[in-house]
Design a protein. Structure first.
Length: 249
């Protein structure tokens, strides 16, 4: 019997790649995101019996609840939640940053993630399922301009450990995946549409791809049920840890 995964942020990047990876392996997938026109090609590619598109803004708890209530019977039993939806906004130092950007990151990366997780926990416990939260190396390693984004991802990683502790004995597995540099629309979103900045960041860097991360999500999800990966941190070989800053003024 095939399993069912719900993957958020499936309109691009890691989410879209993960939908394709799981659907190609025979899973049923609920693909969620704000842009219905980005989700429909996934349904067309694999068929409505394999991929179900649920378009809503993950920051809207009422829309999220309505979408879950409207799931077709064939997609009702969820075995895996992939909390992938998230974003960075802005690159400015904290003292110059936009408070609106900070709130957007908190609402998306934290509030929406915990809301959806809370809604699905009864199903996941009943089915001895799994939760994979997409965090970031920014949760561990600070860098200039990372401020609120790094803080939100640190929450995701710590929340994952807390879930793992609370779900002890239920059979539910919980993993935080913490990727470093990967070329997606991430930087385009972060810079509010600056394609040149995105191109410059990834130029010559040989970054990871969305498919690389989707493969890791799939690997974690398909391990034997007695194994749990608590944290999985990965970077491209071209990226390593930044040095300490020293102000010599």
């Amino acid at each position: 019997m095939s399993k069912t995964a719900l993957i958020t942020g499936a309109t691009s990047g890691f989410g879209a790649a993960a939908v394709r990876r799981f659907a190609a392996a025979g899973w049923k997938v609920i693909a969620t995101g704000r842009r219905a026109e980005r989700l429909q090609p996934l349904v067309d590619e694999f068929g409505a019996d394999k991929v179900y598109a649920a378009a809503f803004d993950i920051r809207d708890a009422n829309a999220m609840e309505a979408a879950l209530a409207a799931l077709p019977p064939a997609f009702h039993d969820i075995d895996l939640l992939v909390n992938n939806a998230g974003l960075a906004q802005g690159t400015a130092a904290a003292q110059n940053a936009s408070l609106e950007d900070w709130r957007t990151m908190i609402d998306t990366n934290i509030t929406a993630l915990v809301t959806l997780t809370h809604m699905l926990l009864p199903k996941l416990v009943a089915r001895k399922g799994a939760i994979i939260n997409i965090s970031s190396t920014a949760a561990i390693y600070p860098y200039p301009g990372g401020n609120a984004y790094g803080g939100t991802k640190a929450f995701v990683s710590q929340f994952s450990l807390g879930l793992r502790s609370d779900l002890h004995g239920t059979g539910v597995r919980v993993t935080a995946i913490e990727p470093g540099m990967a070329e997606t629309e991430f930087t385009l979103v972060r810079t509010h549409g600056n394609q040149a900045a995105s191109d410059q960041l990834y130029k010559g860097a040989n970054p990871m791809t969305a498919e690389d991360i989707a493969d890791q999500i799939f690997w974690v999800a398909t391990l034997p049920p007695h194994l749990n990966i608590n944290r999985l941190e990965l970077m491209p070989v071209s990226q390593s840890f930044a040095g300490f800053q020293v102000d010599r003024s």
